[in-house]
Design a protein around this ligand. Structure first.
Ligand code: GRF
Length: 208
């Protein structure tokens, strides 16, 4: 199973995927890691791991449509089975979503549909919830609105600030992301062996 991973930041969740692939615990090939801006640690650590990297710099394009089209062109050139948004902080356009229906995985540091958007951890803390968590979902055209694949709860402590809570959520997020990718890889493997693609190939529809 080939994946392209998109990052905008430090890529610590991506590092968990790289580590699992490198120790042979995840039967996935990371075809490339891409970013929407230059200078991210996510790209730096991917290059250090010997992975192919690319940047489609959002600020270098005159329009969002042009950026979208270039991002799609570059991602498609790697022929991934799945695209993984791992802290990729841009909404992609409808053509991208249409090119990867239930093939574009996203992670979010809150229990959707609560606290969508760029500040899921901060918003959950500000609301005063006692339990939050993380969500893995299929990306659609909205902001964190796609079908949910898996969720994990994380308790909020009275002493938490945004950073400490986010760090604990990311531990759960990494586990869930690895589990989800492993599940997708084995579903894909079964389909390849069967030669049948009755469920559209994701092997996850209807499961949580
Ligand atoms: C994750 O919590 C992800 O859900 C959110 O940004 C964080 C990415 O962290 N959108 P990192 O770049 O993997 O360290």
């Amino acid at each position: 199973m080939r994946i392209v991973v998109l990052v905008s930041g430090t890529g610590s969740n991506l590092q968990a995927v790289i580590d699992a692939v490198q120790r042979g615990a995840l039967p996935v090939e990371i075809a490339a890691v891409g970013s929407d801006r230059p200078g991210t640690y996510g790209i730096e650590r991917s290059a250090a791991a010997g992975l192919e990297t690319f940047v489609v710099d959002f600020s270098a394009f005159d329009s969002r449509a042009d950026w979208d089209a270039e991002l799609l062109r570059v991602v498609q050139s790697y022929q991934p089975d799945y695209v993984v948004s791992s802290g990729f902080m841009r909404i992609v356009g409808p053509e991208f979503i249409a090119a990867y229906p239930q093939r574009y995985l996203n992670t979010h540091p809150a229990l959707l549909p609560s606290f969508p958007g760029a500040h899921g951890v901060r918003d959950a803390l500000a609301y005063g919830v006692k339990v939050t968590g993380c969500t893995i979902m299929w990306a659609d055209a909205g902001v964190d609105t796609g079908p949910i694949i898996a969720q994990q709860a994380v308790k909020v402590s009275d002493h938490d600030d945004e950073a400490s809570l986010h760090e604990r959520i990311k531990v759960a997020e990494r586990e869930l992301l690895l589990e989800t990718l492993a599940h997708l890889a084995s579903a894909q493997d079964r389909l390849t062996q069967d030669g049948s693609a009755q469920d559209g190939g994701d092997g996850l529809r209807g499961e949580s």
